[in-house]
Design a protein around this ligand. Structure first.
Ligand code: SF4
Length: 459
């Protein structure tokens, strides 16, 4: 990098001479050159007087950096702070490095998204981050970066062959899917504020922590089972041979013993690690589904990965904490005003609008609950709809089972559209604990004993 910068600086006097000659020739061709006026101006021109527009006449420098190389961070800072139209391709081959022995944690992201995030602080530098599998989709952004008048950084994750059990293309795609290496672009040429400069386009389901997909498989009785699964950072790391020691396959006979999904663990880690070991699903050599428990170090790395993703989401205007706090305050004020209005009216004067603002939405299969302020049946699933804070957790987790009413508050739309497990997990993720799972309705659903235990606090 320093060689490129030195070379660029050495060529600046020649570039200046060429620029002067071109400008002078232009004036002469147009018959506007006045020696007494223009000669002193040309004589006084210095290379530091170059504007970005003038520098665009000359070819840019393209420098390739290896994120594993020593001093790469200092090199990047030098390049981006120079303001020169230098284009840097940062090749990232590894996303997770072990910290020094004894630190007890991974140093997640130093080689990857943190470098690209740091580059955005330079303000006038163009920054694009993408996995190698996503470059075609980012081609417009890449072209904008190459045309950018100032420095530009292209940080690309291209996993080294042999580290992952997946082919390189799929390993790169899974890094983006799992938020380990999200795609983003920061283009100062688009405007003056982050809202227009920063984009998270191309990331799958950018408004949630982990993308959700459905997995259908045949169970032991050869019945088709469909589960909704989150693809987390842990799922991505499971494919990396170097990190095998952080995972252990659990024999099927022990599946019910205190195992919770990694997605659930990440939502609310149990206070006592022994009561909830996180697992992810995998397929063994015999093509059978198995559960793989994950150690705490890997789970903590996943938490840090999610925190980095949250910072990017906020930059992209998704779940902006300041906006959400403002909305919550406005909503509380609005509800206060509504309660005052309701108190001022006699009960007889309030029209009974079916489905409107139910106190409780029960959802026994195939029925819609009547309003019942007195005593909801604890054996039947229901939501205290009026207390729903519209956080999206349940509706995103199971869009067929949960829906919003006209006040954007959740109710159970179709209990049969999901499983008891999904209902219990929604109750656990509900930030205001207004989902009550009741009793299971399908006695054949696997893992009911464990689920009934988990549902007990919400009855
Ligand atoms: S999780 Fe709870 S608060 Fe969030 S939308 Fe569903 S019911 Fe409402």
């Amino acid at each position: 990098m320093s060689a490129a910068l030195d070379s660029y600086r050495q060529r600046l006097p020649d570039m200046l001479s060429l620029l002067k000659a071109l400008s002078l020739a232009e004036l002469e061709v147009e018959g506007q050159f006045v020696e007494q006026l223009h000669a002193p101006i040309f004589d006084g021109m210095q290379s530091q007087d170059f504007t970005a527009a003038e520098l665009q006449f000359f070819p840019d420098y393209l420098v390739t950096l290896d994120s594993d190389a020593p001093g790469v961070q200092a090199d990047l800072v030098n390049a981006l702070a120079s303001g020169m139209p230098i284009k840097v391709l940062l090749e990232v081959q590894d996303l997770l490095e072990e910290a020094a022995p004894g630190q007890g944690r991974f140093s997640f992201g130093m080689r990857g998204s943190q470098l690209a995030s740091m580059a955005m602080t330079f303000g006038d530098a163009f920054v694009l981050q993408s996995t190698a599998s996503n470059l075609l989709q980012m081609r417009d952004g890449i072209q904008r970066g190459l045309r950018h008048a100032g420095p530009a950084l292209f940080s690309v994750y291209a996993p080294a062959d042999g580290e992952s059990t997946l082919p390189c293309y799929l390993a790169a795609a899974s890094a983006m899917q799992s938020r380990a290496f999200p795609a983003f672009s920061y283009d100062p040429g688009r405007g003056s504020d982050s809202a227009v400069r920063f984009s998270l386009a191309n990331n799958p389901q950018p408004d949630v922590d982990w993308p959700l997909e459905y997995l259908t498989y045949a169970d032991q009785d050869l019945q088709a089972v469909t589960e909704e699964l989150a693809f987390t950072f842990v799922d991505f790391m499971l494919a990396d041979r170097r990190h095998n020691r952080h995972f252990a396959v659990v024999p099927r006979a022990h599946w019910g013993e205190g195992l919770i999904s990694a997605r659930q663990w990440l939502k609310s880690p149990p206070a006592d690690a022994a009561t909830g070991l996180p697992f992810v699903l995998a397929v063994d050599d015999a093509d059978l589904l198995c559960r793989v428990v994950v150690d705490e170090r890997m789970m903590r790395a996943a938490q840090r990965c999610r925190e980095s993703w949250h910072r990017l989401q906020e930059l992209g205007g998704i779940h902006d904490s300041r906006v959400e706090a403002l909305l919550a305050r406005e909503k509380a004020l609005w509800e206060q005003a509504r309660a005052v209005d309701a108190a001022a009216l006699s009960p007889a004067a309030v029209p009974a609008a079916p489905g409107n603002q139910p106190i409780v939405t029960a959802a026994v299969p195939g029925t819609v609950a009547a309003e019942d302020e007195a005593a909801p049946d604890p054996d039947k699933a229901y939501i205290e709809t009026l207390r729903c804070s519209s956080c999206n957790e349940c509706t995103l987790a199971s869009p067929k089972m949960f829906a919003y009413d006209q006040n954007k508050q959740a109710y159970i739309a179709d209990l049969k559209a999901g499983t008891y497990r999904q209902l219990v997990e929604a109750a656990e993720s509900c930030q205001v604990s207004v989902i009550h799972p009741g009793k299971p309705w399908n006695p054949d659903e696997p893992g009911l004993d464990e689920l009934i235990e988990r549902a007990r606090p919400f009855r």
